[in-house]
Write a new protein. Structure first.
Length: 287
């Protein structure tokens, strides 16, 4: 397949200029004041580990139904075939269930690292992956502080798998599938503002039932998934090293300290991707 040199160098030049001035490609800034971010509040004190959310998620996204059961002390991780998992931890207050999935950060590192805007923060809140824009660099996987995006290494047509908060349903005004499937109402959906208010209300009304923290309120710059727990979150496998400020903030000044090869390589990859995609489209039109 021939690469259109003019398109390649034009693309590389534009991206190179953007990188040189320190712009962050792929970090979409939601239009403030128009649409509030949607989110989900997970209350671990109400979760019984039934895995109905896992099963509903798998069915909605045409993934295999989870076969492994939730067992205390056994760590289950999200994968290319499972977008969410529930784990059981032995804590200072006995067994506590906790759910893990994409956190849908307000300022996602994965979107900031994505050169083609394949990983994208929607104005409604969910962080989604757009297959038609992906060039397979997997920078999103490296950049995510929560280790969420998973690549289908064994597929002939690999995808990045992660929770998208059932974005298509949200656009229709429906609740995410996992929220509908939860029999104990451990999952609640709404605007992020509403969910934080609800979480604070629960803590105020029954302070002995919760640790006084809403995980995700400020973690990593704030996330769409918010958590309540009866025990400190470090007892539930949460990484205590994750900072409160957003991770894209760390990229400021980055270009003044790294070797040029790390700047030029993404530009080269993006240029090849764009030029090849354009040339492929022309070939398909001629067929």
């Amino acid at each position: 397949m021939n690469i259109n040199r003019r398109i390649f160098f034009k693309t590389a030049g534009v991206i190179g200029v953007s990188l040189a001035v320190g712009s962050t490609l792929g970090a979409a800034s939601p239009e403030s004041g128009e649409i509030e971010f949607r989110g989900i509040l997970y209350d671990s004190s109400r979760c019984v580990g039934c895995q109905e959310c896992e099963k509903a998620c798998a069915a909605a996204h045409e993934l295999p139904e989870p076969q492994d059961e939730v067992k205390a002390g056994v760590l289950r991780k999200t994968s290319e075939t499972q977008r969410c998992v529930v784990n059981n931890y032995n804590t200072s207050k006995g067994e506590v269930f906790i759910r893990k999935q994409c956190m849908h950060c307000n300022e996602p590192a994965c979107a900031a690292a994505c050169l083609t805007q394949a990983m994208y923060k929607t104005k409604e809140g969910p962080v989604i992956w757009r297959e038609e824009k992906c060039m397979g660099c997997r920078y999103c996987m490296v950049s995510c502080p929560f280790d969420v995006p998973k690549f289908e290494y064994h597929s002939a047509n690999p995808k990045i798998q992660k929770c998208d908060m059932c974005y298509e349903r949200i656009l229709k005004g429906d609740k995410p599938t996992c929220v509908n499937a939860c029999p104990g109402e451990a999952l609640v959906s709404g605007t992020r503002r509403e969910l934080i208010a609800e979480a604070r209300k629960r803590i105020a009304e029954t302070p002995k039932a919760y640790t006084d923290q809403i995980y995700g309120e400020s973690t990593a710059g704030g996330t769409g998934y918010l958590y309540l727990s009866p025990v400190p979150f470090n007892e539930l496998g949460f990484n205590p090293k994750i900072q409160n400020s957003s991770y894209p903030e760390l990229s400021k000044g980055f270009l003044y300290s790294v070797p040029s090869v790390f700047v030029l390589l993404p530009t080269l990859l993006l240029g090849i991707h764009e030029a090849t995609k354009n040339n492929q489209s022309k070939n398909e039109e001629n067929d």
